[in-house]
Ligand binder design. Sequence first.
Ligand code: ARG
Length: 593
Amino acid sequence: MAYALETAQSQIQSLLEKACSSSSFEMKNPPPKVDADLAVPLFRMAKESGKNPAAYAAEIAAGLELEGTLFESVSVTGGFVNFKLAESPFTERVFADFAENGEEYGGSQVGAGRNIVIDFSSPNIAKPFSVGHLRSTIIGDSLYKILSFVGYRVIGDNHIGDWGTQFGKLLYAFDVWGDRQQVEANPIREMLALYVRFHQEAEKDPALEQSARGWFKRLEEGDPEANELWQWARDASWEEFQRIYLRLGVKFDEVLGESFYNDHLDVVVKNAFDQGLAQWGEIEALPTEGQGEDEAGDGEDSKDVAQEKVALIHLDDHGIETPLLIQKSDGTSLYATRDLATIDHREKTWKPAEILYVVGGEQKLYFRQLFKAAELLGSKAKCVHVPFGLIRLPAGKMSTRKGNVIFLEDVLEEAVSRSEAILEERDLSDQEKRQIAEVVGIGAVKFADLSQTRTKDVLFDWEKMLNMQGDSAPYLQYAYVRIQSILRKASESVLVAPVDPSLLTEAQEMALIKALARFPETVGNAARSYYPHLIATYLVSLAREFSSFYKAVPILKTEPASLAATRLELARRTAQVLQQGLGLLGIACPQRM
Ligand code: ARG
């Protein structure tokens, strides 16, 4: 069954279809001063019939038959027809939706039978997990949950950056300056130090770059020493990443990584030449790319290939001036070569309706090139780059290459210890405080990210992130916790009394019901646009509606018992939606705080 609001909208649709000679209508939220729930602009139709918009709208409105719909009245403002919901039937429909869908309320089956691959997180081994990768992880995980909730089978693939020239650098540095014991004790920090040292020394002695490329060539050719060292670096990094994923509560279905495609790269290059798409050529310089830092992905591979013969796919005929590099003169692969092989593999394995790449906006050009090249090579996959802006930490943008990084775990730790300080005064045991602080702190970091329009930069503002009154995770978690405590206080007589939606007549009750009714549509919009912030914004408005409701009417201390039971049901459903919605953002709700 369609949800209440969907039903209401399709009723408007069919009423207007009959009345106007048109079949597509926009449904808007009327301005606050208009006492109605949905407004439909009729300017275009008025123009087509050569009439003044207000007169046309009035004429249409007069002829509408509302009998049997969820609406009680229509009105007109300018060229708009406004529809006002009939409270009692609508409330009953919303309660029926909850009863029918239970915990699944808000979800749907629009994606049923279709697969979506989400490429997300994808950090680079031997490097710290950057804040850019944090964004990809948080946004990707949320999209995973949202798309699953609307019926898709989602395959989350962590495309770890574990292959490329940068490993040549690491292997060289380790070979010359490394100490296994030291690295094992503190893998990422030590490997980073080696990496930084490589760049310092290479500035003095450019020949080092050549040696690093030699090491990468050995790696790609399967040299056992290079491979053993690489495997060891990979395992050590993965162990550290897993600690972060565990803490963030993020899981993947696949962690194939770039190295997985090593055996498929020759085929990619051969195909491109066979199809006449690739040519040998020279390039001047390429843009650098990476997830909010200067070291990642393609940037690394492409920096040192200027002024030499490389295999290129030219894309000028397709409006993209920069060619895509797929092989270097020494036969080694690039980021793009591995990505082309990846698309092919994903297409064959999962036959996905879409492949989403949750990667920073800096790689925009790269993905345009990649998707076009894949298409020219015969791929039918619908690839979508889902970009995001940078995270700005209070100290400003950091660079791994120079070594002055902020470690992600320090950021999470800071959020948790600040949350602990907030919980200081509460009547909770120390252990409880620590557990709750973890849920609140991690939730605050995630919400600060997900409540922003994905494509915008995020400034980490601790005060705002943890403000219990503001648009923050703790505010929503606290609203949830408060409802739990009301539920615990309900007496037996209220718990057994029948729920009767027709008893709800107060303005704040209606406003809360309408807010609850908007959840399914919000989820649908977030899934379609890949915008988790729509859910975040919605949850804040739901919590605000709840708080006005709670201020305006007593929940438990009211007569008859069935009115209390019905208000309690409204509170319980609000908590359910808060928990479900936060869950879609990957944020947990504590039971107490
Ligand atoms: N490891 C890359 C980076 O840090 C991101 C990989 C994104 N996924 C992809 N298929 N290219 O920049």
